[in-house]
Design a protein around this ligand. Structure first.
Ligand code: XUL
Length: 526
C-alpha cells in the first residue's frame, strides 16, 4: 500500500469521500452519503430546509457535521485503512456560511469522542441555519454593497465578481440587518469548507483563496480581506473572519476526536479546504494557465485557469483563487442541455444521436443563421426576460435549428470568455453532450482549439484528495509539482482528441461578430 490521502466534498445534497493511493496513481475508495436519505431527521429536500419564501435557501451546519460522523463510521465499516491516511483535505459547496458564538473555539478544541459531533456542537452557533448558494433573497444587499464599492466594474475588479445574491458578503449583510442581536453574538463566520475543516482540525480553520473569492469580501489581487468591502457589508467584520490561506496548507494534526472514534492516525494532517469548483479544477487536471474545461451539463459551465488576475468588467464571470496558486474563472450559462432538449422537443427529434446527425447535416456556420438560446432567464449574458430569437434562420427547418442552438451556445462561450484574455491551448469536455463527436467538432472549430473528452466522477472530492497530497508533500519539503500529481488521475479518454478545422475556425471568427451584434440588438430591446 502506498501513500493514502482522503478528499471529502461537502456539496448541496451529499457528502462524498475519495481515497487515493498516490504511489499507485489509483482511487481506492469512493463513497457518497445523500443527506435527505441518510439523515431524514433534518427534514431537508435535496439538501435544503423547507422555507415559506421561495427565494430563501438554507441548510443546517449540524446536518453537515452529522454527515461527517456517518461517513467516517461508514469508512470504518468498509475497512478503509483510516490509520494509514497521511492527510485530509476537502471542498464545500461555495458561498454558504456558518455563524459561530464565542464558545466555538473552545468546543472545537475539546470534542468528546463519547458524544456525537452534533451533541458536541451544542451552543456553538449564533445562527441555527446556514444560507447556501441557492439563496437569492439578497438583491437589496447586493445593490447596497455594489453601490458603496463604486458599481459593477469596481466591485468585480476588487473582489473578483460583481455582487451576487448567493455570495457570502450580501448574505452576511442581510443577517446583520435582519437579526442584529444574533449578529452581535457572532464571534466567527465560516464558509461550508472552513467549517468542515474546523471540525477535522479541532480549531477554527482559515478560509482559502478559492472559496474566499466567492464572498465579495476578499481582495482578489492581494488575497487579503478588502477593508472597503468589509465596511460596505457589516460593522466589525474583520474580527469575525478567520485568516485567509492557500488551500491544502496544513492546519495541524487531525482532532483527537477522529483518532479515538474512527482510528485515524494521530499524525494524520488536517489541511485547509476549498470550494467545490476550485477543487474540481484540480480534479479535472487543470493545473496550468490556459487550460480550460467545459462541462456540457444541465447548464454549460466554462472553467479556465489564468496566471494573472483578469476580471470581467461586465460582471458576468467569476474569478476565484485556484488551489494551484494562480486564478481560475467560472462562467455559468444556464441555457445548457435544457435548451438543447427544448429544441429536440420543438422539432420532435427522437434522441441525441438524431440531434447530432441533424447538426452534422448542415454546413459549419449554418449559412449565417443565428439563434439566441434563451429559453430560460440567462445568467451570461444577464437576461431576465426569457425568449429565443432567430436571425436569418428558418423556424421550420429542424436541422438548421439543431445546428443553430449548439453553435449559439459555443459562440456565446467564446464571446463571454474573451475578457479572460487567455487563448486556451486545449479544452477538456465533460458532460452528456461531450459524447457526440459532431458537437465536439463544433466546439473545437468555434474555439479554434483541440478538444479532448474527459470522464471523471466526483471531480471535487478527487481534487480535494490531490490537494491533501500536495499539502502533505509541501509540509514534508518534497517540492511537489501539480502537473505530475494530477497526471495519473485525470487523463483524457484515449483517442478522443478532435482538432479544429482551420477553414471553419476562420468562418467562426466572422460569425462570432455577427452573434455579438445580434445579442446586442436583442439585449437593447429587452
Ligand atoms: C458557484 C456556485 C455553485 C456551488 C455549487 O458559484 O454557486 O457551483 O459552488 O456547490
Amino acid at each position: 500500500m502506498g501513500k493514502l490521502f482522503l478528499g471529502l466534498d461537502s456539496s448541496t445534497q451529499s457528502l462524498s469521500a475519495v481515497v487515493i493511493d498516490l504511489d499507485a496513481n489509483k482511487v481506492i475508495y469512493e463513497k457518497s452519503l445523500n443527506f435527505d436519505q441518510a439523515l431524514p431527521e433534518f427534514k431537508t429536500k435535496n439538501g435544503v430546509l423547507p422555507n415559506r419564501d421561495p427565494l430563501v435557501k438554507h441548510s443546517s451546519p449540524l446536518l453537515w457535521a452529522a454527515a461527517l460522523d456517518l461517513l467516517f463510521a461508514q469508512m470504518k465499516k468498509d475497512k478503509v485503512a483510516l490509520n494509514k491516511i497521511l492527510a485530509i483535505s476537502g471542498s464545500g459547496q461555495q458561498h454558504g456560511s456558518v455563524y459561530f458564538t464565542e464558545k466555538a473555539a473552545e468546543t472545537l478544541a475539546s470534542l468528546d469522542p463519547k458524544k456525537s459531533l452534533v451533541e458536541n456542537l451544542d451552543g456553538v452557533f449564533s445562527r441555527k441555519t446556514a444560507p447556501i448558494w441557492m439563496d437569492s433573497s439578497t438583491a437589496k444587499e447586493c445593490a447596497e454593497i455594489r453601490k458603496k464599492l463604486g458599481g459593477i466594474k469596481f466591485t468585480a475588479s476588487r473582489t473578483g465578481s460583481d455582487t451576487f445574491e448567493r455570495f457570502t458578503g450580501p448574505q452576511i449583510r442581510k443577517f446583520y440587518k435582519t437579526e442584529p442581536k444574533n449578529f452581535d453574538k457572532t464571534a466567527g463566520i465560516a464558509l461550508v469548507s472552513s467549517f468542515m475543516a474546523s471540525l477535522l482540525a479541532g480549531k477554527i480553520a482559515p478560509i482559502d483563496f478559492g472559496d474566499g473569492a466567492g464572498m465579495n469580501l476578499m481582495d482578489i489581487r492581494r488575497k487579503n480581506w478588502n477593508h472597503d468591502a468589509l465596511k460596505a457589508t457589516a460593522p466589525g467584520l474583520v474580527k469575525k473572519l478567520p485568516p485567509l490561506a492557500e488551500s491544502g496548507r496544513v492546519i495541524g494534526p487531525v482532532s483527537a476526536y477522529f483518532v479515538h472514534k474512527y482510528g485515524l492516525n494521530p499524525e494524520a494532517l488536517a489541511t485547509v479546504w476549498t470550494g467545490d469548483n476550485p477543487a474540481s479544477v484540480i480534479g479535472l487536471g487543470l493545473v496550468k494557465p490556459g487550460q480550460v474545461a467545459i462541462s456540457l451539463g444541465t447548464s454549460d459551465t466554462f472553467f479556465g485557469t489564468m496566471e494573472k488576475c483578469q476580471t470581467d468588467e461586465n460582471g458576468e464571470g467569476h474569478v476565484f483563487g485556484s488551489p494551484t496558486g494562480g486564478y481560475m474563472t467560472l462562467i455559468c450559462f444556464k441555457n445548457g442541455s435544457l435548451a438543447r432538449e427544448k429544441i429536440r422537443e420543438l422539432y420532435k427529434i427522437s434522441d441525441w444521436k438524431k440531434f447530432g446527425e441533424l447538426v452534422a447535416s448542415m454546413p459549419p456556420g449554418n449559412n449565417g443563421a443565428i439563434l439566441l438560446p434563451w429559453f430560460e432567464a440567462e445568467i451570461v449574458p444577464r437576461v431576465n426576460k426569457p425568449g429565443i430569437r432567430r436571425f436569418d434562420l428558418d423556424e421550420k427547418n429542424a436541422a438548421a435549428n439543431a445546428r443553430a442552438i449548439f453553435e449559439a451556445q459555443m459562440l456565446s462561450m467564446r464571446l463571454h470568455s474573451q475578457w479572460m484574455q487567455v487563448a486556451p491551448e486545449k479544452i477538456l469536455a465533460t458532460g452528456g453532450a461531450a459524447n457526440d463527436r459532431t458537437l465536439l467538432q463544433v466546439l473545437a472549430d468555434v474555439m479554434n482549439c483541440p478538444v479532448l473528452r474527459i470522464e471523471v466522477s466526483k471531480s471535487a472530492a478527487l481534487g480535494a484528495a490531490l490537494q491533501a497530497a500536495h499539502g502533505w508533500l509541501v509540509a514534508a519539503d518534497k517540492n511537489p509539482k501539480w502537473e505530475k500529481l494530477v497526471a495519473g488521475f485525470t487523463a483524457p479518454v484515449p483517442g478522443s482528441e478532435i482538432r479544429p478545422d482551420k477553414k471553419n475556425a476562420k468562418l467562426y471568427d466572422k460569425l462570432v461578430e455577427k452573434y455579438a451584434a445580434c445579442e446586442n440588438d436583442a439585449l437593447d430591446s429587452l
